[in-house]
Design a binder for this molecule. Structure first.
Ligand SMILES: [Zn+2]
Length: 352
């Protein structure tokens, strides 16, 4: 668990430390909000500051506990991190001890809870993307939440908290961490070495989520959007654009080439849907400046009433088809035909 000072959310974390100093820290927290805004970074920072011998407060980085947190070797900190582990789901063996289980304290939350505090103070559990727990894991976690133990604080993090059991939600104090101010998000990207001009666009597109901005960058979003422009202004045939989209360099995770292709199609469809949604918001009276894809969306005319709905519906169907086992190439072509029809039909002026 690396200690990184978050670029945002410091007032929230500060408030939690101060609750801890005053002995009124809840035993279970849920940090929720959009994906990629640094919720887990904040959770780790909070935990480090809770365990620091100068704390609760900003971790000093110098004391024994801070060093142990930094080197991933603090006996009173237990983290379940499916992203680092490359696991799609958090399964029950990460949560509950089972009779025949060999999951020692290394791997299992219950085993960790059964240990005594090694450093005599608080103990902390972090669960990243808690919505990845399957039902069995959630039910096992619920048992832990129902029997809070003194000195233990459980911090769940999630951008899809609706997938958590209502009984889990009701036992957590829910703390909302929102998108970053554009300036803060740009600082994060700058820190990651993204050139300023590119960062400016990415931040706008992803609405204050530097994590998403970096993912979009890795996936070649800028190039893809430029290709979609050609589809909208009619300067390139939609099927040609569809073919070009497969050639854009980008990282699409997946165990097999076909899983990666599906992931790419999913991403392109999400871009197309973002355009279509902003077109709908423009039609509803928003101005282009307020919207992440406002400039581009100004070239999409969804029409009104039934025809607008049907264009959006068709795109949503395409998006759903990618998740079914339909050939992603064919789905993408269909979506681009819808987009081209919506751009050209209304006589959108050529871009650039
Ligand atoms: Zn310290």
């Amino acid at each position: 668990v690396q200690i990184v000072r978050p670029f945002a959310h410091d007032t929230v974390v500060e408030r939690l430390w101060s609750a801890a100093r005053e002995g009124r820290l809840p035993h279970a927290l849920l940090l929720e909000g959009p994906e990629g805004v640094g919720k887990f970074v904040a959770a780790r920072w909070f935990a480090a500051g809770l365990l620091c011998s100068e704390g609760p407060g900003p971790p000093c980085g110098l004391c024994g506990p801070c060093k142990r947190v930094e080197s991933d070797n603090h006996p009173d900190l237990f983290a379940i991190d499916p992203i680092a582990d490359g696991e799609e789901r958090i399964k029950i063996d990460r949560i509950a001890l089972r009779g025949d289980s060999d999951g020692g304290p290394e791997g299992c939350l219950e085993a960790f809870l059964d240990l005594r505090a090694m450093e005599g103070g608080r103990r902390c559990v972090l669960v990243r993307e808690a919505h990845r727990m399957n039902d069995a894991a959630q039910n096992a976690l619920l048992k832990t939440l129902e029997e809070p133990r003194p000195g233990i604080v459980l911090v769940l993090e999630s951008h899809r908290s609706a997938r958590l059991l209502p009984t889990i939600l009701s036992r957590c104090v829910r703390v909302r961490l929102g998108g970053l101010a554009a300036e803060d998000a740009r600082r994060v990207l700058d820190h990651e070495g993204v050139p300023a001009e590119e960062a400016r666009e990415l931040v706008r597109w992803t609405e204050g989520s530097p994590g998403r901005a970096l993912a979009w960058r890795a996936r070649g979003a800028a190039r893809m959007l430029a290709l979609l422009d050609g589809c909208l202004d009619g300067s390139r045939p939609p099927l040609r654009v569809a073919a070009d989209l497969w050639e854009v360099e980008g990282e699409f995770p997946g165990p097999t080439p076909s899983a990666q292709a599906r992931e790419r199609a999913r991403f392109v469809l999400d871009l197309v849907l973002a355009l279509a949604r902003d077109a709908a918001r423009l039609a509803a009276g928003k101005t282009a400046d307020e919207l992440p894809q406002g400039d581009r969306a100004a070239h999409v005319t969804l029409g009104s009433g039934r025809s607008a709905r049907s264009a959006l519906d068709r795109l949503l169907t395409c998006r759903a088809d990618v998740d079914r086992n339909l050939a992603p190439e064919a789905v993408l072509e269909r979506a681009l035909l819808v987009l081209a029809e919506r751009g050209r039909n209304m006589g959108a002026p050529a871009r650039r």
